[in-house]
Design a protein around this ligand. Sequence first.
Ligand SMILES: [Zn+2]
Length: 191
Amino acid sequence: MGKVIVFTKMKGGSKMAGYSIRQIEDKAAEVLKQCSMNNEIPVDPVLIANELGIRVYAGNFIDQNMSGVIRKDGSNIEILVCEDHHVNRQRFTIAHEIGHYKLHIDDQLLNKKDHVEYERNNTYNAEEAEANSFAAALLMPREALLDEYNKCKPLLEYTDILVNFLAVRFKVSEQAMQRRLSDLGLISLGW
Ligand SMILES: [Zn+2]
């Protein structure tokens, strides 16, 4: 193995390139299109990772705070995800790591570094937020979500039921669905 270079996370404020929400939405839509996921839900992040040439493994981390990691060694790229977590959380973690791959591990970096690694743990910074936004856009694609949301019009008065129904439909946590609906301006969280 060549020299190991760990790509450390940049602190907030020192970030070189940030993405707008619109750019992140577009990147996620691009990936769905590239992988021929034509509005099929629930989206399968493992299938998408595989289509992108990334292998996905489930297992246990020694560090209890770890949800997942994406790492590249030479030409090999893999995502590891904590198998003890709820399946919906595992799906979000995998989508999050795909986000790092598309947003932060660009071709230039791939060619220059032997080893690149991103972890999902309890730390929070701009890149983590971007990867989370990407994961939300990948697992709850805007158009597909709007379609399902519009079918649920009778439930609009009952936000909890609506969120639960859509969370089950898209195989995400209720928290993730609530956040996504709020971000898209479809429900209001301010009460
Ligand atoms: Zn991350």
